[in-house]
Design a protein around this ligand. Structure first.
Ligand SMILES: *[C@@H]1O[C@H](CO)[C@@H](O)[C@H](O)[C@H]1NC(C)=O
Length: 219
């Protein structure tokens, strides 16, 4: 009996139907959700890359998701990746029409009363490899990216003695799905990409690293 009650309450929490005990009157607005998404993208630069196995594979059409790093080094809403062509995610993306991928960023669950009440976001878009950047662009990306991921200096493109071949890549985002937490206090739903692109930019200042756009380094 107890188990059934516990299960039912878990299910209703998962469905967002329970008002958490400390709920406040204010519900996160769409504009706040856009700013909070920008915060997630800059604060937590380890996420999950989701791809789909291509037609020619044994798992054709099945989803696949695995941890990946990103850095906000390209102008918003785009994200910067340093991809290893040998990885299964990269292979799936490059063999799929339009190079579609979805990248999710989640507030770390440690210490939260209920991790289900914390923000997470799925950024949907496609990946363009950037194998032929100028030395200036490549250097600017490396310096921005290693600020977020110091360990990545070991597998930067053209690193002598690196065990991996890597390539810079940009994800262009065309849809955003955000779950701020429980639905009574948080926004849950799509965020227009343009709204997100502008959101919170003035707060980021110069600490957010070099911004690189095609053919041009914007510091
Ligand atoms: C990304 O998607 C857009 C349209 O959705 C397409 O025009 C573009 O070619 C795609 N990029 C790649 C690298 O496939």
């Amino acid at each position: 009996m107890f188990r059934l009650a516990a299960l039912l309450s878990l299910l209703s929490i998962a469905a967002g139907m329970v008002v958490p005990p400390n709920s406040q009157a204010h519900r996160e607005t769409l504009a706040e959700a856009a700013v909070n998404t920008k915060g997630l993208v800059h604060k937590y630069t380890t996420g999950t890359m989701a791809s789909v196995f291509p037609h020619a594979s044994d798992h054709a059409g099945r989803p696949f998701a695995l941890m990946e790093y990103h850095a906000p080094c390209h102008p918003s809403p785009s994200l910067t990746f340093l991809l290893l062509p040998i990885s299964l995610s990269t292979n799936n993306i490059l063999h799929t029409d339009h190079h579609y991928a979805t990248y999710t960023i989640t507030t770390p669950p440690e210490g939260a009363r209920s991790p289900m009440g914390q923000g997470r976001v799925a950024l949907m878009g496609n990946i363009t490899l950037l194998p032929e950047l100028s030395p200036t662009e490549s250097h600017a990306l490396a310096s921005c990216y290693t600020r977020y991921h110091p360990d990545a200096r070991w597998w930067l493109p053209d690193t002598v003695g690196s065990p991996h071949t890597s390539v810079w890549a940009r994800m262009d985002v065309d849809d955003i799905y955000y779950v701020g937490g429980f639905g009574d206090t948080h926004y849950i739903g799509h965020i227009p990409v343009d709204l997100y692109a502008q959101a919170g930019e003035h707060r980021l200042g110069s600490g957010s690293g070099a911004r690189v756009s095609e053919g041009q380094v914007v510091l």
